[in-house]
Design a binder for this molecule. Structure first.
Ligand code: SF4
Length: 239
């Protein structure tokens, strides 16, 4: 299988089958905590990095060959090695996935392209969007997510707020917290203001536990995670 990974059982999504929208790591960020390792070259161009018909044909054969798991599937999750909204066919892919399975559809995105109304429109057919926002400080953004130069943090935040108004499904905003990088309490208070404006259904706090792109990327200790969760309010949970 070139585009399918899993299924993976998680507390967050239940049984979820992943679809990658590119063959290799294709991303406009180079996050220090990325589980796929370094981004060889960050790309900002949107194009059809993988073809919808090829992905759907793989999905159909997986569903046929795994009837028991196919019936139990909670989510088909568009994510994979990189940023799925870089693929210009994501809207069509969501439509085609809907035709072949009754599982819900989730999109996991790094949020960088959500300032573009066409990108937002392309994912409105999903049931759940899990966007990331690690910081509201441009310097920390450069340090933790190492973006392509054309990405503007204020446009990401505006895009997330616009998505909330346009999307009828659930939004679970993910914040990846790295010890000593974006876990300062004053920074969390600033982040909290932007998150209130975005108004997601849930705020999911994560901290790196698997191998990461860079060495010495450390998780935030439990007591501090709880403090951060309390600052972010009732919608926040530690995952
Ligand atoms: S956005 Fe996701 S895929 Fe891209 S570098 Fe960051 S963690 Fe890795």
């Amino acid at each position: 299988m070139k585009y399918i990974y899993g299924p993976i059982k998680s507390r967050r999504l239940g049984l979820s089958l992943g679809l990658s929208l590119s063959l290799d790591k294709t991303c406009n960020l180079d996050c220090i905590y990325c589980q796929w390792g370094r981004t060889p070259i960050t790309v900002s161009e949107r194009k059809e990095y993988a073809r919808v018909d090829e992905i759907i044909s793989e999905l159909k054969s997986w569903l046929q060959n795994n009837p028991y798991e196919a019936k139990e599937l909670h989510f088909v999750t568009l994510s994979g090695m990189g940023e799925p909204t870089l693929n210009t066919s994501i809207e069509e892919l969501i439509k085609q996935v809907r035709k072949v399975t009754s599982a819900s559809i989730a999109v996991i995105t790094n949020s960088t392209l959500l300032g573009d109304s066409l990108v937002r429109k392309s994912i409105l057919g999903a049931d759940l969007i899990v966007p990331s926002l690690d910081t509201v400080d441009p310097e920390i953004f450069k340090q933790i997510d190492r973006p392509c130069t054309d990405i503007k943090l204020n446009e990401i935040i505006d895009g997330l707020a616009a998505l909330r108004k346009e999307f009828r499904g659930k939004i679970w905003l993910e914040v990846m917290l790295v010890s000593g990088v974006n876990d300062d309490i004053r920074h969390i208070e600033e982040l909290s203001k932007s998150i209130q404006r975005i108004n997601p259904d849930k705020i999911q706090l994560n901290s790196p536990v698997r191998s990461t792109a860079e060495k010495n990327v450390l998780p935030v200790e439990k007591a501090k995670l709880v403090k951060i969760k309390n600052i972010l309010g009732d919608k926040a949970e530690i995952i």
